[in-house]
Design a protein around this ligand. Structure first.
Ligand SMILES: Cc1ncc(COP(=O)(O)O)c(C=O)c1O
Length: 390
């Protein structure tokens, strides 16, 4: 049996159509978009088209509001540092949440160390914040609010449109990290009053190492990379044309099949959750039961450390993650699960399965069976379990 990949939130493969769209820009049309002659103009034209395509997919008003970056992490860093630095005259207050990806959390920490004032909003048991909480945190010197669109560990979806309404009414800028949302949820920056939005292609069947930051026209932001005049002088460096083409193609494909994919994966997700909860005792679902990404199953197997489960699953040919990919390998409990009030022992048993295009019901059944077996086996040798269940 082929290996079963259930870690689509960590990264995806590149779709054939995406690879085909990218290929000509490596050799045939390799020109530098800044060059005035024909091959340069050809590349520039492709870049403009990609920008237009991405703008359409996220509901941006203008193509020139789309800035290509090297990854989601760069987009997040730029949004926070760039906006806070450019708006010092207004104030130094940033509002964010306790369940952000490290790309936001660590950037906020860096800003705090450098004299900015950061409010970290707590979340409920599902990992969600409310627009009311955001409203109550706003002050006269608040410059920016940054809230993750959909959490990368537990998949919980935040009320982005409601938060956007609050921030727009208060005249405060709003950034959302939509790295996990893109390709799964319809994005509409205008309808949701979002001023800045980050995405990353390798989460929706595009290439790794290419991201995008939407910056609404009129938002004051410092340039991120100093150098040439690329990206309207805001992000210098020769554009990664093939990967930009890949990002646009992948996003367009995902946007076009969003409803269909969403309904198939939601069915599979709920089936897997039901099966696990029915067949394995002492199991907890982490994250919101409904307001969660269509492909995310995050469960804690009590009395079992996630590392032991991951090893057993790997031996059985199943690839998944404990907490977020970036946290796997470290023994620390996930900051997201702890912020949700989950006890550290339960957080340490958390496993994240994220499904994708190739996931089938048979794969889910096989995985659940393996989970049942490993839970029985590992609990038998768990002193804690034996003590409490003797
Ligand atoms: C919510 C979220 N933000 C940001 C990132 C970072 O994206 P990248 O890997 O493109 O730097 C990730 C990656 O897992 C993510 O899940």
């Amino acid at each position: 049996m082929d290996r079963i990949y259930l870690d689509y939130a960590a990264t995806t493969y590149v779709k054939d159509e995406v690879l085909e769209a990218m290929k000509p820009y490596y050799k045939e049309h390799f020109g530098n978009p800044s060059s005035m002659y024909e091959s340069g103009r050809y590349a520039k034209n492709a870049l403009d088209q990609a920008r237009g395509e991405v703008a359409k997919c996220i509901g941006a008003k203008y193509a020139n509001e789309i800035y290509f970056t090297a990854c989601g992490t760069e987009s997040d860093n730029w949004a926070l540092k760039g906006v806070m630095e450019a708006n010092k005259a207004k104030g130094k207050h940033l509002v964010t949440t306790a369940v952000e990806h490290h790309a936001i959390m660590d950037t906020a920490g860096y800003l705090e160390k450098n004299g900015y004032d950061v409010t970290v909003l707590p979340v409920d048991e599902y990992g969600m914040v409310t627009a009311r909480q955001v409203k109550d945190a706003l002050r006269d010197d608040t410059v920016l609010v940054s809230v993750v669109y959909a959490n990368n560990e537990v998949g919980t979806i935040n009320p982005i449109a409601e938060i956007g309404k609050v921030t727009r009414e208060a005249g405060v800028l709003f950034h959302t990290d939509a790295v996990q949302a893109a390709g799964h949820l319809p994005l509409d920056v205008q309808a949701d009053n979002v001023d800045l939005l980050s995405i990353s292609a390798h989460k929706f069947y595009g290439p790794k190492g290419i991201g995008m930051l939407y910056i609404r026209n009129g938002v004051k932001i410092e340039r991120f990379m100093h150098g040439g005049a690329q990206e309207r002088k805001r992000r210098a460096g020769t554009e990664n044309v093939p990967e930009i083409i890949g990002l646009a193609k992948a996003l367009a494909l995902a946007t076009g099949t969003l409803e269909e994919t969403n309904s198939r994966l939601t069915g599979l997700r709920d089936y897997m959750i039901r099966e696990i909860m029915e067949k394995i005792p002492y199991t907890k679902l982490n994250g919101h039961p409904e307001k969660r990404l269509c492909n995310n199953v995050n469960i804690s197997l009590e009395f079992i450390e996630a590392e032991a489960s991951l090893l057993s699953l790997d031996l059985a040919g199943i690839e998944c993650s404990s907490g977020s990919a970036c946290a796997s390998g470290s023994l620390e409990s996930s900051h997201v699960l702890l912020a949700m009030g989950i006890p550290p022992e339960t957080a340490k048993g958390a496993l994240r399965f994220t499904m994708g295009e190739t996931t089938t019901r048979q794969q889910v059944d096989y995985t659940v069976n393996e989970l049942v077996r490993l839970a029985e086996r590992l609990r038998k040798i768990s002193p804690l379990f034996q003590q409490t269940h003797a």
